[in-house]
Design a protein around this ligand. Structure first.
Ligand code: ADP
Ligand code: TRP
Length: 330
């Protein structure tokens, strides 16, 4: 059975890009179903709190986001009976592996990383952690003998780097690591944000999965449209942001009806956005109820993460021992 692994960084509140790009495919794979193929999963999912250290420095904030993401995953359907679920920092072996891998990773490879180039271009201070981030991510993946990694398109390059690093290690020290592959579902590879750019926690353009109704309604009603009147036909209706988002939440025939009415003329942008909000809000309603239940039971969530860490660690220790032996460490 292929091993499936993915992680999400607790550096903000999760949004529908995270949900459709990573969480939903991962949750489908845990159940053995798969919208992008026909894999049955041996599922390993984690909260990447070491990764959050390049983004946030407030310990209370890190704890709160970590807790929030644990609730989000469990509320959205991660089933601890089917998937191993843990906090990255409960498995410090990943840091040792990062060093081993980093010692074989060319500077040029890291210098080409989009994530590093984008973040420094946006004015974020460059530091070693940000630069070495793809190596930590490679360690996350290789430590668990991962075959398949469900992610959004923005992570494609990181998976290519992971493969390069694993191949180099295997060539240098003998067969040690499984070579993993990304799983990117084309229809949800890049979910657009409120401004039409890729939705991202760091761009302030998100629609959260869970949040306060009034604020979310305001965000959606605030999506900027052009100044054409409701009556004007809109031949570019398929490129309308609200139509694109509606397709994620509404049944196909309902979304098509909105799109056709917009194309023909007669549907105002206000009504379109209202429809989008209603479908979005209803889509997550059952998960919202589950999340409230879980939030009232912190001991259960702690127990899930502790059990997950113990199971994940057993795998990590074996892989690390193999890597240490192959490269001549004690
Ligand atoms: P963010 O960019 O908001 O910080 P992360 O980098 O933590 O999100 O991403 C966690 C997972 O969610 C990754 O698999 C990533 O590819 C996926 N993801 C994030 N944003 C999007 C998006 N807009 N569309 C599709 N997938 C996304
Ligand atoms: N880098 C990923 C992101 O920002 C999160 C992540 C860390 C990850 N380690 C991973 C995803 C391992 C998949 C596999 O989205």
């Amino acid at each position: 059975m292929p091993r499936v692994l993915t992680g999400i960084t607790p550096s903000g509140t999760l949004h529908i890009g995270n949900y459709f790009g990573a969480m939903r495919p991962a949750i489908e794979l845990q159940a053995g179903g798969d919208e992008c193929g026909s894999l049955g999963g041996d599922a390993f999912y984690f909260i990447a709190d070491y990764h959050s250290m390049t983004v946030i420095t407030d310990p209370a904030e890190r704890r709160a986001y970590t807790r929030g993401i644990a609730l989000d995953w469990l509320a959205c359907g991660l089933d601890p009976a089917k998937a191993v679920f843990w906090r990255q920092s409960d498995i410090p072996e990943v840091c040792e592996l990062t060093w081993m891998l980093g010692s074989l990773t060319p500077m040029g490879l890291l210098e080409r990383a989009h994530s590093y180039k984008d973040k420094t271009a946006k004015g974020l201070d460059a530091n070693f952690g940000l630069f070495a981030y793809p190596v930590l991510m490679a360690a996350d993946i290789l430590l668990f003998d991962t075959n398949v990694v469900p992610v959004g398109k923005d992570q494609k390059q990181h998976l290519e780097m992971t493969r390069d690093i694993a191949i180099k290690f295997n060539l240098t020290y003998g067969e040690t690591f499984v070579i993993p592959e990304e799983r990117i579902s084309e229809s949800v590879a890049v979910i657009p944000g409120l401004d039409g750019q890729k939705m991202s926690k760091s761009y302030g353009n998100t629609i959260e999965i869970f949040g306060e109704e009034k604020a979310l309604r305001k965000k959606i009603m605030g999506i900027v449209m052009d100044s054409r009147t409701p009556q004007e036909p809109k031949p570019d209706a398929d490129r309308n942001l609200a139509v694109q988002l509606l397709k994620l939440f509404a049944p196909a025939d309902v979304a098509a009806d909105y799109e056709n009415r917009l194309r023909a003329g007669g549907l105002g942008y206000g009504d379109l956005k209202k429809g989008l909000f209603e479908h979005y809000w209803n889509y997550f309603a059952p998960y919202r109820a589950k999340r409230a239940e879980l939030a009232a039971n912190p001991d259960y969530v702690d127990q899930v993460l502790r059990d997950g860490a113990a199971r994940a660690r057993a795998v990590a220790e074996k892989t690390l021992a193999r890597a240490r032996k192959n490269c001549g460490l004690r």
